[in-house]
Design a binder for this molecule. Structure first.
Ligand SMILES: [Ca+2]
Ligand SMILES: [Ca+2]
Length: 405
Protein backbone atom coordinates (compact mmCIF):
# COMPACT_ATOMS: atom_id res chain seq x y z
CA UNK A 1 0.00 0.00 0.00
CA UNK A 2 2.65 2.46 1.09
CA UNK A 3 4.97 1.33 -1.70
CA UNK A 4 2.28 1.93 -4.30
CA UNK A 5 1.66 5.44 -3.00
CA UNK A 6 5.38 6.17 -3.10
CA UNK A 7 5.54 5.09 -6.77
CA UNK A 8 2.62 7.38 -7.52
CA UNK A 9 4.41 10.20 -5.77
CA UNK A 10 7.54 9.63 -7.82
CA UNK A 11 5.49 9.58 -11.04
CA UNK A 12 3.87 12.85 -10.04
CA UNK A 13 7.30 14.25 -9.20
CA UNK A 14 8.54 13.41 -12.67
CA UNK A 15 5.51 15.07 -14.27
CA UNK A 16 6.03 18.10 -12.08
CA UNK A 17 9.73 18.33 -13.01
CA UNK A 18 8.74 18.35 -16.69
CA UNK A 19 6.40 21.24 -16.01
CA UNK A 20 8.98 23.16 -13.98
CA UNK A 21 10.02 25.51 -16.81
CA UNK A 22 6.49 26.90 -17.03
CA UNK A 23 6.25 27.65 -13.33
CA UNK A 24 6.76 31.17 -11.92
CA UNK A 25 9.35 31.19 -9.13
CA UNK A 26 8.20 34.23 -7.15
CA UNK A 27 5.07 34.28 -5.07
CA UNK A 28 2.50 37.06 -4.68
CA UNK A 29 3.59 40.73 -4.56
CA UNK A 30 3.05 43.21 -1.75
CA UNK A 31 0.01 45.50 -1.59
CA UNK A 32 2.28 48.54 -1.53
CA UNK A 33 2.60 48.79 2.24
CA UNK A 34 5.57 50.86 3.44
CA UNK A 35 7.56 50.58 6.65
CA UNK A 36 9.87 53.44 7.60
CA UNK A 37 12.39 52.80 10.37
CA UNK A 38 14.35 55.47 12.22
CA UNK A 39 16.56 55.33 15.27
CA UNK A 40 19.85 53.96 16.58
CA UNK A 41 22.02 50.92 15.92
CA UNK A 42 19.30 48.55 17.13
CA UNK A 43 17.05 49.65 14.28
CA UNK A 44 20.10 49.66 11.99
CA UNK A 45 20.74 45.99 12.83
CA UNK A 46 24.26 46.51 14.21
CA UNK A 47 26.12 43.73 15.96
CA UNK A 48 29.82 43.88 16.81
CA UNK A 49 30.58 40.47 15.29
CA UNK A 50 28.40 41.10 12.23
CA UNK A 51 26.46 37.90 12.93
CA UNK A 52 22.98 39.34 12.56
CA UNK A 53 20.75 37.51 10.08
CA UNK A 54 18.00 40.11 9.89
CA UNK A 55 17.20 43.28 11.82
CA UNK A 56 13.79 43.67 13.43
CA UNK A 57 12.67 46.23 10.76
CA UNK A 58 13.64 43.72 8.05
CA UNK A 59 11.75 40.95 9.84
CA UNK A 60 8.62 43.05 10.34
CA UNK A 61 8.51 44.48 6.80
CA UNK A 62 9.23 41.11 5.23
CA UNK A 63 6.43 39.57 7.31
CA UNK A 64 3.95 42.05 5.83
CA UNK A 65 5.44 41.94 2.32
CA UNK A 66 6.14 45.66 2.76
CA UNK A 67 8.80 47.99 1.37
CA UNK A 68 11.35 49.07 4.02
CA UNK A 69 13.04 52.48 4.18
CA UNK A 70 15.53 52.57 7.05
CA UNK A 71 16.97 55.89 8.29
CA UNK A 72 18.62 54.45 11.40
CA UNK A 73 22.19 55.43 12.28
CA UNK A 74 24.58 53.75 14.69
CA UNK A 75 25.11 55.86 17.80
CA UNK A 76 22.00 57.99 17.32
CA UNK A 77 20.71 59.68 20.46
CA UNK A 78 17.26 61.13 21.09
CA UNK A 79 18.68 64.56 20.25
CA UNK A 80 20.12 63.26 16.96
CA UNK A 81 16.79 61.69 16.04
CA UNK A 82 14.95 64.94 16.67
CA UNK A 83 17.38 66.73 14.34
CA UNK A 84 16.90 64.00 11.71
CA UNK A 85 13.16 64.65 11.72
CA UNK A 86 13.86 68.08 10.14
CA UNK A 87 15.29 66.39 7.02
CA UNK A 88 12.85 66.89 4.12
CA UNK A 89 13.47 63.42 2.66
CA UNK A 90 12.87 61.77 6.05
CA UNK A 91 9.69 63.83 6.48
CA UNK A 92 8.29 62.84 3.10
CA UNK A 93 9.01 59.11 3.60
CA UNK A 94 7.44 59.20 7.06
CA UNK A 95 4.40 61.05 5.68
CA UNK A 96 3.68 58.18 3.29
CA UNK A 97 4.51 55.37 5.73
CA UNK A 98 1.99 52.80 6.92
CA UNK A 99 4.21 51.89 9.87
CA UNK A 100 7.04 53.91 11.48
CA UNK A 101 9.42 51.88 13.67
CA UNK A 102 11.54 53.69 16.27
CA UNK A 103 14.25 52.75 18.76
CA UNK A 104 16.10 55.51 20.54
CA UNK A 105 17.18 56.44 24.07
CA UNK A 106 19.62 53.57 24.59
CA UNK A 107 22.64 55.70 23.68
CA UNK A 108 21.48 58.55 25.95
CA UNK A 109 21.57 56.13 28.88
CA UNK A 110 24.19 53.47 28.11
CA UNK A 111 27.05 55.68 26.89
CA UNK A 112 27.65 57.46 30.24
CA UNK A 113 27.32 54.14 32.11
CA UNK A 114 29.71 52.04 30.04
CA UNK A 115 32.07 54.72 28.84
CA UNK A 116 33.35 57.22 31.41
CA UNK A 117 36.68 58.12 33.02
CA UNK A 118 36.36 55.21 35.49
CA UNK A 119 35.03 52.49 33.22
CA UNK A 120 35.55 51.81 29.53
CA UNK A 121 33.62 48.72 28.47
CA UNK A 122 34.93 48.93 24.90
CA UNK A 123 38.36 47.75 26.10
CA UNK A 124 37.07 44.26 26.90
CA UNK A 125 35.91 41.47 24.64
CA UNK A 126 34.20 39.33 27.26
CA UNK A 127 32.00 40.31 30.16
CA UNK A 128 34.04 38.24 32.61
CA UNK A 129 37.18 40.26 31.70
CA UNK A 130 35.22 43.47 32.18
CA UNK A 131 33.86 42.35 35.55
CA UNK A 132 37.32 41.22 36.71
CA UNK A 133 38.76 44.62 35.74
CA UNK A 134 36.04 46.43 37.67
CA UNK A 135 36.80 44.33 40.74
CA UNK A 136 40.50 45.09 40.42
CA UNK A 137 39.86 48.83 40.35
CA UNK A 138 38.53 48.53 43.87
CA UNK A 139 35.70 50.03 45.85
CA UNK A 140 36.96 53.64 45.69
CA UNK A 141 36.83 53.79 41.89
CA UNK A 142 33.33 52.31 41.93
CA UNK A 143 32.25 54.97 44.44
CA UNK A 144 33.77 57.75 42.33
CA UNK A 145 32.03 56.38 39.25
CA UNK A 146 28.76 56.29 41.14
CA UNK A 147 29.26 59.90 42.21
CA UNK A 148 29.98 60.90 38.61
CA UNK A 149 26.88 59.10 37.31
CA UNK A 150 24.71 60.72 39.97
CA UNK A 151 26.01 64.10 38.87
CA UNK A 152 25.27 63.65 35.15
CA UNK A 153 22.42 61.16 34.82
CA UNK A 154 19.45 63.09 36.25
CA UNK A 155 20.01 65.82 33.63
CA UNK A 156 20.62 63.25 30.86
CA UNK A 157 17.35 61.49 31.73
CA UNK A 158 15.45 64.78 31.84
CA UNK A 159 16.71 65.71 28.36
CA UNK A 160 16.00 62.24 26.97
CA UNK A 161 12.46 62.32 28.36
CA UNK A 162 11.74 65.73 26.83
CA UNK A 163 13.15 64.55 23.49
CA UNK A 164 11.05 61.36 23.54
CA UNK A 165 7.89 63.42 24.02
CA UNK A 166 8.82 65.75 21.19
CA UNK A 167 9.78 62.85 18.87
CA UNK A 168 6.46 61.14 19.50
CA UNK A 169 4.35 64.24 18.95
CA UNK A 170 6.31 65.24 15.82
CA UNK A 171 5.98 61.76 14.35
CA UNK A 172 2.26 61.53 14.97
CA UNK A 173 1.72 64.94 13.35
CA UNK A 174 3.83 63.91 10.33
CA UNK A 175 2.01 60.73 9.37
CA UNK A 176 -1.30 58.94 9.58
CA UNK A 177 0.64 55.67 9.69
CA UNK A 178 1.11 53.72 12.91
CA UNK A 179 4.09 55.00 14.91
CA UNK A 180 5.70 52.26 16.99
CA UNK A 181 8.09 53.38 19.74
CA UNK A 182 9.95 50.88 21.90
CA UNK A 183 10.91 51.17 25.52
CA UNK A 184 14.66 50.92 26.17
CA UNK A 185 15.76 47.46 27.30
CA UNK A 186 18.37 46.85 29.99
CA UNK A 187 21.17 44.73 28.48
CA UNK A 188 22.45 43.89 31.99
CA UNK A 189 19.12 42.45 33.13
CA UNK A 190 19.91 38.76 32.92
CA UNK A 191 19.38 37.13 36.31
CA UNK A 192 16.24 35.28 35.20
CA UNK A 193 18.10 32.56 33.33
CA UNK A 194 20.72 30.11 34.49
CA UNK A 195 23.79 31.47 32.66
CA UNK A 196 27.46 32.16 33.52
CA UNK A 197 26.69 35.85 34.17
CA UNK A 198 23.61 35.41 36.36
CA UNK A 199 23.82 36.84 39.87
CA UNK A 200 27.32 38.20 39.44
CA UNK A 201 27.91 41.14 41.81
CA UNK A 202 29.41 43.66 39.38
CA UNK A 203 26.78 42.90 36.77
CA UNK A 204 24.13 43.54 39.40
CA UNK A 205 25.62 46.99 40.16
CA UNK A 206 25.57 47.94 36.47
CA UNK A 207 22.10 46.48 36.08
CA UNK A 208 20.75 48.45 39.05
CA UNK A 209 22.12 51.74 37.72
CA UNK A 210 20.56 51.25 34.30
CA UNK A 211 17.32 50.06 35.87
CA UNK A 212 17.09 53.26 37.93
CA UNK A 213 17.51 55.43 34.84
CA UNK A 214 14.96 53.51 32.80
CA UNK A 215 12.33 52.68 35.39
CA UNK A 216 12.90 54.92 38.44
CA UNK A 217 12.66 53.66 42.03
CA UNK A 218 10.14 54.20 44.80
CA UNK A 219 11.53 56.62 47.43
CA UNK A 220 14.61 57.42 45.35
CA UNK A 221 15.11 61.20 45.21
CA UNK A 222 17.51 61.19 42.23
CA UNK A 223 15.55 58.65 40.18
CA UNK A 224 11.96 58.73 41.42
CA UNK A 225 9.32 56.26 40.37
CA UNK A 226 7.38 57.18 37.21
CA UNK A 227 10.16 59.48 35.98
CA UNK A 228 12.42 56.97 34.22
CA UNK A 229 12.86 57.05 30.45
CA UNK A 230 10.57 54.05 29.99
CA UNK A 231 7.90 55.53 32.28
CA UNK A 232 7.77 58.52 29.92
CA UNK A 233 7.75 56.32 26.79
CA UNK A 234 4.90 54.16 28.12
CA UNK A 235 2.80 57.30 28.61
CA UNK A 236 3.35 58.73 25.12
CA UNK A 237 0.05 59.35 23.39
CA UNK A 238 -0.44 58.98 19.65
CA UNK A 239 2.15 56.20 19.35
CA UNK A 240 1.91 52.44 19.82
CA UNK A 241 4.31 51.42 22.57
CA UNK A 242 6.20 48.16 22.31
CA UNK A 243 7.64 47.27 25.69
CA UNK A 244 10.99 45.80 24.69
CA UNK A 245 12.27 46.45 28.23
CA UNK A 246 9.69 43.94 29.40
CA UNK A 247 10.49 41.43 26.66
CA UNK A 248 14.21 41.48 27.49
CA UNK A 249 13.79 41.70 31.28
CA UNK A 250 15.68 38.81 32.95
CA UNK A 251 16.67 37.40 29.54
CA UNK A 252 19.31 39.79 28.15
CA UNK A 253 21.93 37.03 28.15
CA UNK A 254 19.95 35.21 25.45
CA UNK A 255 18.69 38.22 23.50
CA UNK A 256 21.89 40.30 23.30
CA UNK A 257 25.65 39.92 22.77
CA UNK A 258 26.25 41.11 26.35
CA UNK A 259 28.57 38.17 27.08
CA UNK A 260 30.90 39.82 24.54
CA UNK A 261 30.32 43.29 26.05
CA UNK A 262 28.08 44.18 23.11
CA UNK A 263 24.74 45.56 24.31
CA UNK A 264 23.03 45.04 20.94
CA UNK A 265 20.36 42.43 20.33
CA UNK A 266 21.47 39.22 18.60
CA UNK A 267 19.31 37.45 16.01
CA UNK A 268 17.12 36.05 18.80
CA UNK A 269 16.67 39.53 20.26
CA UNK A 270 15.64 40.95 16.90
CA UNK A 271 13.17 38.07 16.48
CA UNK A 272 11.74 38.81 19.92
CA UNK A 273 11.39 42.53 19.09
CA UNK A 274 9.79 41.78 15.70
CA UNK A 275 7.36 39.34 17.30
CA UNK A 276 6.37 41.88 19.98
CA UNK A 277 5.80 44.55 17.31
CA UNK A 278 3.67 42.29 15.09
CA UNK A 279 1.69 41.21 18.14
CA UNK A 280 1.18 44.82 19.26
CA UNK A 281 0.23 46.10 15.79
CA UNK A 282 -2.36 43.32 15.50
CA UNK A 283 -3.12 44.31 11.89
CA UNK A 284 -5.98 42.65 10.00
CA UNK A 285 -4.74 39.74 7.90
CA UNK A 286 -4.17 40.46 4.21
CA UNK A 287 -2.71 37.14 3.02
CA UNK A 288 0.70 38.79 2.58
CA UNK A 289 1.89 37.75 6.03
CA UNK A 290 4.88 35.51 5.55
CA UNK A 291 7.28 34.31 8.21
CA UNK A 292 9.94 33.03 5.78
CA UNK A 293 12.62 35.54 6.82
CA UNK A 294 11.71 35.10 10.50
CA UNK A 295 12.10 31.37 10.04
CA UNK A 296 15.51 31.76 8.40
CA UNK A 297 16.64 33.98 11.26
CA UNK A 298 15.13 31.57 13.77
CA UNK A 299 16.77 28.50 12.23
CA UNK A 300 20.20 30.13 11.83
CA UNK A 301 20.28 31.90 15.19
CA UNK A 302 20.42 28.78 17.33
CA UNK A 303 17.09 29.94 18.72
CA UNK A 304 15.65 26.44 18.60
CA UNK A 305 18.14 25.24 21.20
CA UNK A 306 18.49 28.29 23.41
CA UNK A 307 15.01 29.78 23.37
CA UNK A 308 13.77 26.57 24.91
CA UNK A 309 15.74 27.62 28.01
CA UNK A 310 14.15 31.09 28.17
CA UNK A 311 11.05 31.24 30.31
CA UNK A 312 9.42 33.94 28.20
CA UNK A 313 6.00 33.74 26.56
CA UNK A 314 7.45 35.53 23.52
CA UNK A 315 8.95 32.27 22.28
CA UNK A 316 5.62 30.57 21.61
CA UNK A 317 4.66 33.64 19.57
CA UNK A 318 7.85 33.45 17.53
CA UNK A 319 7.28 29.76 16.83
CA UNK A 320 3.76 30.40 15.56
CA UNK A 321 4.93 33.31 13.43
CA UNK A 322 7.87 31.57 11.76
CA UNK A 323 5.51 28.99 10.28
CA UNK A 324 3.08 31.60 8.97
CA UNK A 325 2.55 30.52 5.35
CA UNK A 326 5.43 28.14 6.02
CA UNK A 327 3.80 24.71 6.01
CA UNK A 328 4.94 22.78 2.95
CA UNK A 329 7.97 25.07 2.48
CA UNK A 330 10.52 22.74 4.06
CA UNK A 331 13.62 24.62 2.90
CA UNK A 332 12.15 28.03 3.85
CA UNK A 333 12.92 29.62 0.47
CA UNK A 334 9.46 31.16 0.19
CA UNK A 335 8.25 28.70 -2.46
CA UNK A 336 6.39 25.43 -2.04
CA UNK A 337 7.64 23.22 -4.82
CA UNK A 338 9.25 19.96 -5.91
CA UNK A 339 12.33 20.23 -3.74
CA UNK A 340 10.04 20.54 -0.71
CA UNK A 341 8.14 17.42 -1.80
CA UNK A 342 11.46 15.57 -2.14
CA UNK A 343 12.47 16.66 1.35
CA UNK A 344 9.13 15.51 2.74
CA UNK A 345 9.61 12.09 1.14
CA UNK A 346 13.14 12.04 2.56
CA UNK A 347 11.90 12.70 6.08
CA UNK A 348 9.12 10.14 5.64
CA UNK A 349 11.55 7.47 4.42
CA UNK A 350 14.01 8.12 7.25
CA UNK A 351 11.23 7.98 9.84
CA UNK A 352 9.94 4.73 8.31
CA UNK A 353 13.45 3.23 8.41
CA UNK A 354 14.07 4.58 11.94
CA UNK A 355 16.95 6.74 10.65
CA UNK A 356 17.54 10.37 11.66
CA UNK A 357 16.38 12.68 8.84
CA UNK A 358 18.71 15.42 7.58
CA UNK A 359 15.92 17.95 7.99
CA UNK A 360 15.09 18.66 11.63
CA UNK A 361 13.61 21.31 13.90
CA UNK A 362 11.18 23.88 12.56
CA UNK A 363 11.88 22.78 8.96
CA UNK A 364 10.71 19.27 9.81
CA UNK A 365 7.59 20.78 11.40
CA UNK A 366 6.94 22.60 8.10
CA UNK A 367 7.13 19.23 6.30
CA UNK A 368 3.81 18.32 7.88
CA UNK A 369 2.06 20.10 5.02
CA UNK A 370 -1.48 19.04 5.98
CA UNK A 371 -0.86 19.81 9.68
CA UNK A 372 -2.00 16.41 10.97
CA UNK A 373 1.06 16.11 13.22
CA UNK A 374 2.85 13.50 11.16
CA UNK A 375 5.02 13.63 8.06
CA UNK A 376 3.76 11.23 5.42
CA UNK A 377 3.41 10.63 1.70
CA UNK A 378 0.10 12.51 1.80
CA UNK A 379 2.06 15.67 2.71
CA UNK A 380 4.34 15.24 -0.31
CA UNK A 381 1.35 14.60 -2.56
CA UNK A 382 -0.39 17.72 -1.30
CA UNK A 383 2.70 19.80 -2.09
CA UNK A 384 2.89 18.26 -5.57
CA UNK A 385 -0.80 18.88 -6.18
CA UNK A 386 -0.34 22.55 -5.21
CA UNK A 387 2.72 22.79 -7.41
CA UNK A 388 1.01 21.16 -10.39
CA UNK A 389 -2.13 23.30 -10.08
CA UNK A 390 -0.05 26.47 -9.97
CA UNK A 391 2.07 25.29 -12.90
CA UNK A 392 -1.09 24.59 -14.90
CA UNK A 393 -2.56 27.98 -14.00
CA UNK A 394 -5.43 26.34 -12.11
CA UNK A 395 -4.61 28.00 -8.79
CA UNK A 396 -2.88 31.27 -7.97
CA UNK A 397 -2.35 31.70 -4.25
CA UNK A 398 -0.23 30.71 -1.29
CA UNK A 399 0.04 27.15 -0.05
CA UNK A 400 -1.85 28.27 3.07
CA UNK A 401 -4.71 29.48 0.87
CA UNK A 402 -4.55 26.19 -1.06
CA UNK A 403 -4.91 24.29 2.23
CA UNK A 404 -7.98 26.32 3.14
CA UNK A 405 -9.72 26.09 -0.22
CA1 LIG B 1 10.65 25.66 -0.56
CA1 LIG C 1 1.04 15.40 7.71
Amino acid sequence: MKMKKLKYAVALLTAAVLNAAAFPTTASASDGMKVVAIGDSITNGYSMDGSLIASYPQLVSSYYGAELVNFAEDGMTSEGLLAKLSDANVQSEIASADIVLVTVGGNDIMKPVLNNEYVDASKYSTMSEFIAAMKEQGQMTILLMQRYLNSVMPEAIKNCNANMQEISSKLSSMTSGKVVIQTVYNPMDLDGDNTPLANSGSMTTLCTNVHNYLEGRPDNTLYPEDSGVNDIIRNLTGSSIVDTFNTFMDHSYFYTHINNVDVHPNSKGHLAIAETIIETLNLPETGNENGTLMRKAYTNSGAEETLAGVSSPINDGILGRVLKNGYGDVDADGNVNISDAMSILGIYSCNAAALTPEVTGVNAVAADANKDSSVGIDDALLVLQYYSERAAGLFDGTFEQFLNK
